[in-house]
Design a protein around this ligand. Structure first.
Ligand SMILES: Cc1cc2nc3c(=O)[nH]c(=O)nc-3n(C[C@H](O)[C@H](O)[C@H](O)COP(=O)(O)OP(=O)(O)OC[C@H]3O[C@@H](n4cnc5c(N)ncnc54)[C@H](O)[C@@H]3O)c2cc1C
Length: 611
């Protein structure tokens, strides 16, 4: 995975020797508070990714100059020390790799290190990941420090757990304000809520749905997770060993509801946030909500938008759409095939939702046409599992000693700047292995792509969050014509058809707009006004200068899980893996502020694009 072409290889020393020697020098240079001496321990094209431990930010610094600049600003206050290998280091094609542990003045951290033999024969760091795992003095009460639960002895005034829960719930939002208000209680909001609860931060998650999990319940009935179970665990409470590889959406929904309860996440259902405004002077938000019909005002200090990156439907306005006589709806509102038997359905779009919806429709004998407006990246789920994720997230990986935490650390340790270089060979392999499959699809007229630089699915996800389908069976139906394929832009909608730009007319009783979702920035505009949304800028993407991800290069995902240009406003979300992993860093940033710790942010997100 980490082979460097033509790099010299050290065949004499063990990886453990190499890592120990390098960490010794690293510790010395850090102790000497000498940023340039530290930077000199890195190769020219090096990457140091820091998740909160040094920068109170999610920040990747690239090359010696940026490393020295970061340390010049952050070293004295961070006071890092005690870097050690936390497991036996390994070797991968001459690159020594190690999981590491360390501490700073305020916390304890973990990370990952890769060493390369530099041109002068010296070992230097090629990639370094440093992550904050806990704040000193504010450690979570787990394991040996778990709560007692029972209070032994005699105290007639002692309240039961249930009574204390009730009292807390009655006070929250009325006599006690949440320090953190999380708007949106999908998988993201729930995972963050669980972490904040464990960290003792007074917080509240609100969602307009009736029950936790309704985000998944409300989607079309045949939907199953596209990612495998090993990738999907929530914090603290992994899925049981009998959990299916691809969980059906209602099962995920029930798990989220159960999880919310057992993790004691303060959660208000049937609660819609209507608006939020920030009071600079008081340093707090005024948030108007409607809870079960009751209008309320909350005054949280920190506001997290966990309203879903796949949350705000993007519905194009085609001429004539208002004249259409049949049923038309966005894919997020698609109920599944049952009500459409005997009808002609046109599904506009050719990515994940479209394929899933079309597959379920034709399986119910419904005449279905998919309209492909631009090329799509498709990859067979089995190939993705084996070649794309298998080394870290699979039963084989688990049996080989891989844990979710180690997998997440390894995943996070590959800098975004060079991630595509490691993805391209995987997709070359997939393309080769599944050549017949791709040939059949192209023969059916389906426009395929593998991303602007052939780096495949995961880079598309990180860069633009769209433009792909993980194939769980629909592609065969496209290839054999069961799902009819039409191509090109939509010119107009008539009373009973969809007309394409080349004049093709597709008769339709039902139109499904599988046209994706807008930027999370749109949620900010809805709730806080355009001015705040513009201050924050585009959310998601890396600045890769590829389609839908304009430059300049950002190095991290824009505005996600880190401070934004709007004080005390945060964005959280993504797939289950991201909700699990990044909720920790967001929760620790919020906890530090809750406790009044000094949190100077290095390299605050700049704004280059508005939406
Ligand atoms: C077809 C499809 C398949 C997918 N497959 C997978 C998969 O296999 N694995 C995976 O990890 N992800 C998958 N995803 C993506 C997944 O849905 C999102 O990653 C996930 O839902 C994001 O979770 P979230 O908590 O960030 O947002 P959401 O689940 O969208 O939750 C946002 C919540 O915010 C609430 N909300 C919004 N505005 C307000 C307001 N003003 N007041 C109160 N509440 C509000 C909404 O009610 C909603 O409950 C899939 C998505 C789709 C559409």
């Amino acid at each position: 995975m980490t082979q460097i072409a033509d790099a010299p290889i050290d065949t004499v020393r063990t990886p453990a020797d190499r890592v120990e020697a390098w960490l010794g020098k690293f510790n010395e240079a850090l102790a000497a508070e000498d940023p340039h001496a530290v930077a000199a321990l890195f190769v020219d094209d090096s990457y140091w990714r820091d998740l909160v431990a040094f920068t109170w930010n999610l920040k990747t610094v690239e090359g010696r100059e940026q490393i020295a600049a970061m340390l010049t600003e952050r070293l004295a206050q961070t006071r890092p020390r005690g870097f050690v290998a936390s497991e036996e280091p390994t070797d991968s094609d001459g690159v020594a790799e190690a999981f590491i542990a360390f501490e700073t003045a305020t916390g304890r951290g973990d990370g990952q290190l890769r060493l390369r033999v530099d041109d002068d024969g010296e070992d230097r760091a090629w990639t370094l990941l440093t992550t904050l795992q806990e704040l000193k003095g504010y450690e979570e009460s787990t394991g040996v420090s778990r709560p007692m639960g029972a209070s032994h002895g005699s105290d007639p005034t002692a309240k039961s757990w249930a009574e204390r829960q009730e009292e807390e719930a009655a006070a929250l939002g009325r006599t006690v304000q949440p320090y953190v208000l999380v708007i949106g209680g999908g998988q993201g909001g729930i995972a963050l809520g669980a972490r904040l609860r464990q960290l003792g931060v007074t917080s509240l998650v609100v969602d307009k749905y009736d029950r936790p999990g309704d985000q998944w319940r409300s989607r079309y009935k045949t939907l199953c997770l596209h990612d495998p179970v090993w990738y999907d665990h929530l914090p603290y409470l992994p899925f049981p060993a009998n959990w299916p590889v691809f969980a059906p959406k209602d099962k995920v929904a029930d798990w989220l509801e159960f999880y919310t309860k057992v993790m004691e996440v303060p959660y208000w259902s049937r609660t819609e946030c209507r608006s939020a405004s920030y009071d600079e002077e008081q340093g707090r938000w005024t948030v108007e909500i409607v809870r079960d019909g009751e209008q309320m005002t909350l005054y949280p200090t920190q506001l997290v938008l966990a309203t879903g990156m796949s949350g705000k439907p993007n519905v194009p306005s085609f001429p004539g759409a208002d004249t259409f006589a049949g049923d038309q709806h966005h894919s997020s509102r698609h109920p599944g095939p049952d009500g459409f038997v005997g009808k002609k359905v046109v599904v506009i779009g050719a990515n994940n939702s479209s394929h899933d919806i079309c597959k379920a429709l034709v399986e119910n004998g419904i005449d279905t046409t998919m309209v492909q407006r631009s090329s799509t990246h498709v990859v067979k789920s089995a190939s993705l599992m084996k070649i794309g994720l298998g080394a870290l997230y699979s039963e084989e990986a688990v049996q080989g000693g891989m844990t979710t935490k180690k997998a997440d650390m390894t995943f996070a340790s590959l800098p975004y700047k060079i991630m595509h270089q490691f993805q391209i060979p995987l997709y070359d392999q997939i393309r080769e292995q599944d050549k017949d499959y791709y040939d059949r699809l192209e023969k059916a007229g389906f426009d395929l792509d593998f991303g602007d630089d052939e780096s495949g699915l995961f880079m598309k996800y990180l860069r633009r969050g769209s433009g792909y389908y993980i194939d769980v069976g629909a592609c065969d139906l496209v290839a054999d014509g069961t799902i009819k394929l039409a191509k090109g832009g939509v010119k107009e909608i008539t009373e009973n058809s969809v007309v394409l730009e080349d004049g093709t007319e597709l008769p339709a009783d039902v139109i499904v707009y599988a046209t994706g979702y807008g930027s999370m920035n749109g949620w900010a505009a809805d709730l806080m006004g355009q001015e705040v949304a513009d201050r924050v800028g585009k959310v998601w993407g890396l600045g890769s200068d590829t389609t839908k991800d304009p430059g300049p290069w950002e190095g991290e995902q824009r505005n996600m899980w880190k401070p934004t240009q709007q004080p005390n406003l945060w964005f959280h979300g993504g797939n289950l893996h991201q909700s699990r992993h990044y909720s920790l860093y967001l929760a620790l940033q919020l906890k530090a502020r809750f406790e009044g710790l000094d949190t100077p942010v290095y390299g605050l997100q700049e704004v280059h694009h508005l939406s």
